[in-house]
Ligand binder design. Structure first.
Ligand code: GAP
Length: 447
């Protein structure tokens, strides 16, 4: 497993930052502990009304840059359930394991590769009580159909990647693409993690955003460098400061069984550097494995040169839920405004749950009518919140905590001048803007 947190010089953060972000997530409807009314369920989380918007925006931003703005990547949405043959061929049945130790004294279970001291139990502190490490397969096993026998075994996918490999020939013949080209997919993956934790950083059910880029073998090195640079820049472009990110090439003993080179994009989480995404040069391992196990030809015939080859694969593999957490942590800020503390999420406008909030100054019908009209004009363009309760100052603070880039206020002057007040989240600067020009005004600022 490659998502270990690593030490090193992490930029300093507020000691309580994590608690504050988790608290905000619960209080404002980003993330709730799953099955909470039954006491919660083992590191699973539900994304609330605001969280679902933000998570969707993270995925949309990835899809936009990986698929929409390119001509050499197509999309896919493959099944989550798969037969053992897929995982046999991919190597997951044999290799997708973590080394596990148990403490004989307190019965706690730990990942052997996460121990600071291999002789000491981190839970009870006892020395010499840990068992030998055993391999533990991380895949969730189930049965398809009514009979629970060996022939009905199925697995929940532990990564989205294999869907792209087993559909390589289907995509090649239907999409009119040829190497270099990629197949991208976003979706849920499941791993029976031994030590889930740190909020949504490591959970048993999570969402991945992966792309398999198939290239002529002699171009693999160049494309690996290209995707490392692109993927690092994606996080910067979406608001994570460069000083909170680093690129970490894996040491030879860390590489997965298939990889000839992997680099992680890491983020400075409050507890240390942690992986957001791995970019791996997987060679021709996956296509060869699936060709051998399925008996299908998984290669490319280049008509121009008359040559046939198995493409090599460069894989940028990111976590959507983990990226969302990094965006939240990086955006969290507090400052003093006129003697009061303001909490603000300085999220990029493509990532923020709501782009605009429409706020009539009062609940009076004469303002609510025009406010609804303004809302109706904005909704086709952006995700909008509408709020007519409480004093306007409190409503601004609420939108600051949600990270909403613009608030549009309809006041009594609106009835005379057909204009509204637009307040920008970070500077809190206000502009008077004619309703007629409001969509154009916001469009200019939301590029
Ligand atoms: N196909 C390669 C692959 O799956 P990975 O490094 O195991 O590589 C890719 O996973 C990304 O998926 C990680 O960088 C991380 O962002 C996310 N991820 C992996 N396991 C996770 C977990 N248990 N909880 C949340 N996100 C996870």
């Amino acid at each position: 497993m490659s998502d270990a947190e690593s030490p090193g010089d992490v930029p300093p953060t507020d000691d309580h930052l994590m608690d504050k972000v988790v608290n905000l997530c619960k209080r404002r409807g980003f993330v709730f502990p799953s099955a909470e009314i039954y006491g919660g369920f083992r590191s699973t989380y539900d994304y609330g009304p605001v969280g679902v918007l933000m998570l969707r925006n993270v995925k949309d931003a990835w899809w936009r840059s990986m698929v929409q703005l390119r001509t050499d990547v197509v999309g896919l949405d493959a099944a989550i359930l798969g037969p053992p043959a897929v995982w046999e061929a991919s190597g997951h049945l044999a290799n997708f394991t973590d080394p596990l130790v148990d403490c004989r004294q307190c019965k706690a279970r730990h990942r052997a590769d996460h121990l600071d001291d291999p002789d000491t139990c981190p839970t009870c502190g006892a020395v010499g009580t840990l068992t030998e490490a055993r391999s533990f397969n991380l895949m969730f096993k189930t049965h398809a159909g009514p009979v629970e026998d060996a022939g009905a075994v199925a697995y929940l996918r532990p990564e989205t990647a294999q869907g792209m490999f087993i559909n390589f020939a289907n995509v090649l013949t239907t999409s009119r693409k040829r190497p270099p080209f990629g197949i991208a997919q976003i979706g849920k993956s499941f791993r029976n993690e031994i030590t889930p934790g740190n909020f949504v950083f490591r959970t048993r059910e999570f969402e991945q955003m992966e792309m398999e880029f198939f290239v002529p073998p002699d171009e693999a090195g160049t494309w690996y460098e290209y995707w490392c640079a692109e993927r690092y820049q994606w996080y910067v472009d979406h608001g994570i400061p460069a000083e909170k990110l680093r690129m970490r090439p894996h040491d030879a003993d860390e590489l997965s069984h298939y990889s000839s080179g992997t680099s992680d994009v890491e983020f400075a989480f409050p507890w240390g550097w942690g992986e957001l995404e791995g970019i791996a040069n997987r060679g021709d391992y996956d296509l060869r494995q699936h060709a051998e196990h399925s008996g299908e030809r998984l290669e490319y015939f280049d008509q121009a040169s008359g040559s046939r080859y198995v493409p090599h694969v460069i894989e940028p593999a990111a976590g959507a839920t983990r990226a969302m957490m990094a965006f939240l942590i990086a955006a969290y800020d507090t400052e003093e405004v006129r003697g009061e503390e303001r909490t603000v999420l300085r999220l990029h406008h493509r990532i923020a749950p709501y782009t605009v909030a429409v706020l009539p100054l009062s609940k009076k019908e004469e303002l609510v009518g025009p406010a609804q009209q303004v809302l109706g004009a904005l909704q086709p363009h952006w995700m909008c919140d509408y709020d007519e309760t409480q004093a306007i100052g409190r409503r601004y603070r609420r939108q600051d905590e949600l990270g909403t880039p613009y608030c549009v206020t309809i006041d009594f002057d609106t009835l005379d001048d057909a204009a509204v007040t637009v307040r920008e989240r970070d500077s809190m600067a206000q502009d008077r803007v004619p309703i007629e020009g409001l969509v154009a005004y916001l469009s200019d600022r939301l590029v």
